[in-house]
Design a protein around this ligand. Structure first.
Ligand code: ZN
Length: 501
């Protein structure tokens, strides 16, 4: 390795140190910081993130990256370093184009806007949030115009969360889904609805935690390089190498939500825990490809976790840990975890109607960034689209446009990655079945870990060395399509709801 490449490695190592501290502070703030300790932790977090931002936008760092990107030097780098130089230089150039004064103003606005969103949601009053949202929209447009002056703002945002993705590809995939889901949903709505009253009851929280640990082990979460805690919203975080943690949120009357959060976050964590450690101190260790990351969590949560065969080998164990389940027939449990019904709230939606919740948000974001809708018109547009796509209409903004926090902090372009993840899953499922045989059979035999091993070998170990599009091309040898996901839905729900009879 030449001297400049060595210098880059040193920088990457420094960034890693800052990230470790920042992640640790954020973890502590979300899981256990006492009220009076919040300010000092927040201050420290601000200090370290400013320092690392300075380092990442320093002149010296920019020169190192430019030197290494010159063809004769670039060719000598290994693949991980090539990805690192390319990605870091792109981010560097984007960052230095944003005026510092604007950036500070934008960060402050986003913090205020998040608070305004919280109050607006509580008060069920969009007008409290509207002026902030309006400003966040205009500043986000400006922010990405600074970063990429020659590109359309929404395309830049999509690329920020899922490198290589654009609206033309998403339009094609989402339209395929819209058309394909309609007949299935009509059939489900017309079929006999399951009786789920056997699930009502109180479920001990301590026992629910044991169920979480059992499920995490079952799918392959490694407790020697991971830990768990409680937080308001479940999340996964990597705290330096060899340490990927998950949180969960427990409700006494709904054990299923926590089980599926555990499996979802476990999927994110298994990805992080299995990246090849030789990529340490390169950009490959960080997977900012949100679609690819969601594809892993959603594969565990939906494709595996909602398959009745996933549960048959452990259902009696579930009854031992949480005795309520001894009284609940296995079939009723399977119907409960696959209950499909149009509903208002995205995070509570089933795996089928969930797709439409994302398509709604994507279409609204596209309208916002094409200047086709004003901020005041947004609640109405939301409700109209809800009616068009799901056949139901929110009776308040809290159940409508105010339900998600993403737009309050300028994360436009993030939503599509959830659904792209599921679309990738359809393709991965097809490929796994080609190589390992039927998923139903593997799960019935309790061989979840064989599936985890396949994901480790084919996806996880490479971190972000390949973009999602490249991963799919390498593994499946095909263009991205929503058809495999639709095939999976049709096959599964035809059986569960006996739709062909
Ligand atoms: Zn997730």
């Amino acid at each position: 390795m030449n001297k400049t490449a060595e210098k880059l490695k040193e920088y990457m190592k420094k960034f890693q140190q800052y990230q470790t501290i920042e992640a640790l502070l954020s973890w502590d703030l979300s899981t256990m910081t006492p009220e009076k300790g919040i300010e000092s932790k927040t201050d420290a977090l601000g200090y370290f993130s400013t320092e690392s931002f300075r380092l990442a936008t320093s002149k010296e760092y920019g020169e190192i990256l430019k030197e290494l990107s010159a063809p004769e030097q670039f060719q000598q780098l290994d693949d991980a370093m090539k990805v690192t130089v390319r990605r870091e230089l792109r981010d560097y150039e984007r960052f230095v184009r944003v005026p510092e004064k604007f950036y500070t103003e934008y960060v402050t606005l986003k913090a205020r806007s998040q608070k305004a969103w919280e109050s607006a949601k509580k008060a069920n009053d969009f007008s409290v949030f509207a002026p902030y949202l309006d400003k966040v929209i205009s500043m986000t447009k400006q922010y990405v115009r600074y970063m990429e002056p020659d590109q359309k703002p929404y395309e830049v945002l999509l690329d920020l969360f899922e490198e290589g993705m654009n609206s033309a590809a998403i339009d094609r995939i989402f339209d395929e889904l819209k058309v394909g889901l309609r007949p299935l949903l009509e059939k489900i709505k017309a079929s006999r609805q399951p009786d789920l009253s056997a699930l009502q009851g109180k479920y001990d929280i301590q026992a629910q935690k044991k169920v979480q640990d059992m499920l995490l082990s079952y799918i392959g979460f490694d407790f020697t390089q991971g830990a768990t805690a409680e937080s308001e919203h479940p999340f996964t975080t990597e705290i330096g190498s060899g340490d990927v943690r998950v949180t969960n949120h427990y409700k006494e009357d709904d054990p299923i939500a926590a089980m599926f959060s555990a499996i979802h976050e476990g999927g994110h964590a298994i990805f992080g825990q299995n990246i090849d450690p030789s990529y340490e101190n390169t950009a490959v260790m960080q997977v900012n490809l949100m679609g690819l990351h969601e594809s892993q969590s959603r594969f565990y949560e939906n494709i595996l976790g909602r398959n009745p065969n996933f549960w048959s080998p452990v259902y009696s164990k579930l009854g031992e840990l949480l005795p309520n389940f001894k009284e609940i027939p296995f079939d009723t449990f399977c119907q409960a975890i696959n209950y499909v019904q149009p509903s208002l709230i995205r995070v509570d939606a089933d795996e089928v109607t969930y797709c439409l919740h994302i398509i709604l948000r994507y279409e609204i974001e596209r309208a916002i960034f094409n200047d086709e809708v004003t901020t005041e018109e947004l609640p109405q547009l939301w409700n109209d689209k809800m009616e068009e796509l799901l056949g139901i209409r929110p009776s308040s903004d809290a159940e409508g446009i105010l339900q998600d926090m993403h737009w309050s902090d300028g994360s436009f372009g993030y939503f599509p990655s959830y659904l792209l993840g599921s679309v990738y899953d359809g393709m991965f499922l097809q490929q796994i079945e080609k190589e390992l045989g039927s998923i139903d059979d593997l799960l019935a035999q309790g061989k979840v870990l064989e599936i985890t091993k396949w994901l480790n070998t084919n996806i996880h170990q490479y971190g972000s060395l390949y973009t999602s599009r490249e991963v799919i091309e390498r593994l499946c040898g095909k263009e991205l399509s929503a058809q495999p996901l639709l095939d999976y839905f049709n096959k599964k729900y035809n059986t569960i709801y006996s739709l062909d009879h």
